[in-house]
Design a protein around this ligand. Sequence first.
Ligand code: C2E
Ligand code: MG
Ligand code: MG
Ligand code: MG
Length: 281
Amino acid sequence: QAKARGRNGYRFYAPEMSGEGVARLHLETYLRRSIEKDEIFLHYQPQVEIDTGRLTGVEALVRWNHPELGLVPPFRFIPLAEDTGFINQLGQWVLHEACRQMVRWQEAGLEVPKIAVNLSVRQFERGTIVGMVGEILRETGLAPHRLQLEVTESVIMNTGDALAFINDLHAIGVSLAIDDFGTGYSSLAYLKQMPVQTLKIDRSFIKDISTDANDEAIVIAIIQLGKSMNLSVIAEGVETEQQAAFLARHGCNLAQGYYYSRPVTPDDILQRWQQRDDNDE
Ligand code: C2E
Ligand code: MG
Ligand code: MG
Ligand code: MG
């Protein structure tokens, strides 16, 4: 009976099934219904100019609030969503919601310069990514130059047609950032061919910037690389004033991290930054 129900049924009744496996299966089942049950939402983390504190953008970060499990962190459910293919549905929901939120802020009087949305490698596999992005921009009315897509180095290196997709996205006016830069294995020759606008220095290099000479050297090298390739460089995971000062001193004037703000609700963004706009005038 169990076997007749197919792969999931079989796995469920397999005697060697570990506790971890059962937990995973439950999570998988819950996850598939999470969108329709309204359990998925987005938080937004400000990206700022270090020397002025000006808001240059926000990154959309997905959250899952399960009624019994509580808040499930992305590192637990994103890989699961990628394995099951649910990431395509989830990714589409995230992109749509993020673009809609930009329009809502606009309507409330806050001009957020740019929204960054994370894409996973599986969203490039189907070849529908460009159409989906275009459709969502049309439907929400968000200007394409306000959207930045974040991909990791592995997306670029492991997707057969990555270059074609990325060129197409560039052609519709959407910009691209390489996330967690320095942790993957990207070829610089490849990078040169890509219409990429931004490098995001991974937070693992920022963490010990003031005590680890190697991290310091890596961060300086990435900033230089970005400069010479005419890319903008943003540091993620900036938690202290010292880290921000180091970055500014070495020519990286964009940062994101707890020092400025944790990821927060749309209302928090509105309250903090709308007020700031008023004060500036
Ligand atoms: P990421 O894209 O590199 O996002 C940055 C992560 O660093 C976020 O974790 C953010 O909350 C955290 N962070 C930001 N500033 C600081 C800081 O100063 N200190 C520390 N310790 N952490 C900081 P989060 O929200 O848990 O997301 C983790 C990862 O999950 C993201 O890494 C991204 O790879 C993935 N992710 C999140 N949302 C999405 C999504 O909508 N789609 C896809 N495909 N992946 C997503
Ligand atoms: Mg990101
Ligand atoms: Mg990142
Ligand atoms: Mg990261």
